[in-house]
Each structure stands twice: as C-alpha cells, then as structure tokens.
Design a protein around this ligand. Structure first.
Ligand code: ADP
Ligand code: MG
Length: 376
C-alpha cells in the first residue's frame, strides 16, 4: 500500500515575534502544499526523493540526530521522532502498530522554499501524516504537529516555536488559526477575504539578508531581559505602562512592540469574529508593520517599499510577515484595487533596480489532508 498526504505552507496574518513571548498568533494555510507518498517495506532503510532536490537520500530506519544533514534531515527527523514516539507508547495505549522497518518516500511541493512560507513544516507534516496513515499509527493532528516540531528543533537543529506545524495540521478553509502560545489552545477564526470583496496579496520580495539569524537571537534575548527587569516570566504579562517605564530605550521599544502586537492580534480576532468587519483589520496590519519596523527593527528596505507602495495604490493595510530582513509582505486590498496594488509594488521595485517580486492572491486553505496518489 501507499499513503499520500498533502500539508500546506502558511502565512502569519498578524502576531509577529510574539510566539517566544508566550503571545498570540494568527496564521492561515496557503493552497500551496507539499505532498508526500510513503510506501512501507522491509529494507531497513528510508529512501527519499524530492522534486526540488537533485539527488535522492537514503538513511537507516534507526537514524539519529547528526546522521543526516541538508534537506533530507527534515524527513529523517520525522522518522526519528515517530520512532521515538511509537517505541514509547503512552501508558494504557495499545501496542504500537508495527514500527518502521523501511520506507520509500516521494516528495512533491509547490511551496516556495526559504521564503518564510514554512516549506519546512509543510515537508515535515506531509511526511509525518503519510507515515501515520501508511503504518496505521492513529496519531492525532496535534501529536503529529508536535513530532514535526521535534524533528525541526531536535534533529535539524532549528529552534522554532509550534506555530508553523500547528498551522499546517489544524488550519481550516476560509479561516485563520488563532493560537495562544502560552496555553497552546487554538481556535478557527473566520477569515475569507473573497467573501468580503477583498483580496489578500502575498508579495515575495526575494530579499534575503544575512542578519536574520543573529538578529533573531538578539531580539529573543532583549525580550527576556525586558521581562526580567519587569519581574515577569514573559512579556505576555506586561502592560504598556510597565514597558514604557523601562529605562533602557532599546529594551523599551522591543518590549513595546511585543505588548502592542499581542493587543493587535486580539483586536483582529475580535473584528474577524464580528461578521462583516474584515476590511477593518487593515489599519491593524499596517500598525503591526510600523511597530516591527520602528520598535522591533526587523524590517528592511525591500519590505518597507512593498508595504508603502501597496498602501499608496489603495491597499487597506499591509505588513511584513515572518521573521523579517526579507521574505514576504502581505497587503489586504479591495479586490477592485488588487491590480493597481500589484502594479504599484512592481513599479517601485523596478525604480529601485530590484528583482521583480512575485505577487499572488492567497485564500485561506485547509490544513493537511489525504490525497489520491498520482496515477503513474
Ligand atoms: P521556510 O520554511 O520558510 O521555507 P526553512 O529554511 O525553514 O524555510 O526551510 C527550508 C528548507 O527545508 C530547505 O532549505 C530544504 O532543506 C527543506 N525543504 C523544504 N521543502 C522541501 C522540499 N519540497 N524538498 C526538499 N527539501 C525541502
Ligand atoms: Mg521553516
């Protein structure tokens, strides 16, 4: 038998750089997805091919962290995390169904890689879902998201939060996923721009700045320091009055972003849940961008130009999305203005002599799902 599952990439609508402050985030799934087909065998090895990789990869079924590097580490990490899970079934659970004695894995994807749309979680989740189905493991979606995150954190070695994997597993069509990073509670929030004659454009700037890695660590440290100076475990508990009392101007601005951003996420959720207020989130998206640019200082010229040129041409709101220093921006537009917004962004990039950005309309899609394998 062969099991085939597709898992999507995601965009974070709002709630940036707040996951590691136990804050609130609001991602939605893209229709772009990674599809994994898994066939079990008794070879003792896992063989993986991907349409985006030149060479197939092969590793032992009892692969350990450090054994595999490069793109195949994301797949090996999932195999490792699943094996660890089924080797130690929860108390009271039935026998693990069979274990892993060999797998053939085939990957196809139309999620842009490294653009901040979470191709990594799409890859991990599609593979984990297909293994779960092929071996009849009966793992639920939240458990699969946790295994996928474990693969990325503890096997690949990238210290991400849970948002990407939970979004890929739990999102619903026409909805965003409200995630409280403190309690890990989630809720589907209606978000259907088309229904309100709106278009959500994604603008891939193709910009990549070296800073991203080191600055990310630096921001995390600043947030921890600000919380500790306020005598708090995390900035989730801080008020605006508290953070504006911080004497260090840099810590003040970093913390102010976190506190105001968490408020903006709540505001957006409130508006989306009040029928007919989708257009009203525009101002909050733009305020988020300004805060990320001025207080958190994680934007870059390419993102700022994408946002300002979109607003100039009639977008209701626009912001950078993802960690910053490159990647994608989003712009919420009246559908009638979407063409003009695209043109305005392209013209601004042309004026700067930058590579043409890729721009497309995104509709909130479903999370991971079983698909019919390709015939042939
Ligand atoms: P993002 O998740 O934002 O796309 P990451 O750096 O987290 O960026 O993950 C990108 C990496 O994930 C790629 O460099 C590659 O190693 C791996 N990857 C993602 N999708 C695929 C795929 N379809 N096939 C092979 N490797 C992939
Ligand atoms: Mg990623």
């Amino acid at each position: 038998m062969t099991a085939t599952w597709a898992a999507p990439g995601r965009i974070n609508l709002i709630g940036e750089h707040v996951d590691y402050n136990e804050g609130l985030v609001l991602p939605f799934a893209l229709s772009m997805a990674t599809t994994a087909s898994v066939t079990a065998n008794d070879s003792g090895v896992v063989t993986v091919t991907s349409d985006t990789a030149d060479e197939p990869a092969t590793f032992s079924v009892d692969v350990q962290p450090g054994d595999v590097t490069g793109w195949a580490a994301y797949v090996a990490g999932v195999v490792w995390a699943v094996r660890e899970k089924i080797d130690q079934p929860a108390e009271g659970a039935g026998d693990p169904a069979g274990g892993i004695s060999g797998l053939e894995v085939t990957i196809r994807s139309d999620v842009p890689v490294g653009a901040g749309l979470s191709s990594s979680a799409a890859l991990e989740c599609s593979v984990a879902c297909a293994i779960n189905a092929e071996l009849g493991l009966g793992l639920d979606r939240v458990t699969i998201a946790a295994l996928a995150r474990r693969a990325e954190n503890d096997f690949v070695g990238v210290p991400t939060g849970s948002m990407d994997q939970l979004a890929s597993m739990l999102c619903e069509e026409g909805h965003a996923l409200f995630l409280d990073c403190r309690t890990m509670q989630t809720r589907a929030v209606p978000f259907d721009p088309d229904h309100a004659d709106l278009t959500l454009l994604v603008i891939d700037t193709h910009a990549e700045h070296e800073l991203a890695g080191s600055e990310y660590g630096d921001r995390r440290t600043s947030c921890e320091e600000a919380a500790s100076r306020l005598g708090l475990d995390s900035l989730r508990d801080a008020t605006l009055d508290q953070v504006t009392s911080l004497s260090d101007p840099v810590l003040l601005r970093r913390a102010r972003h976190v506190v105001t951003e968490i408020h903006r996420v709540s505001d957006v959720v409130q508006r989306l849940e009040a029928a007919g207020q989708t257009a009203e989130i525009g101002g909050l998206l733009t305020a988020s961008h300004q805060s990320l640019r001025d207080d958190f200082e994680v934007s870059c010229e390419e993102l700022d130009v994408a946002v300002s040129s979109a607003l100039l041409a009639g977008a209701l709101g626009a912001r950078m999305t993802g960690g910053g220093f490159g990647g994608c921006a989003i712009a919420l537009c009246p559908s009638a203005a979407a063409g003009a917004v695209k043109q305005s962004v392209r013209a601004a990039y042309d004026e700067h002599g930058w590579r043409e950005p890729t721009i497309w309309a995104a509709s909130p899609a479903r999370g991971a799902a079983s698909v019919e394998p390709d015939p042939g």
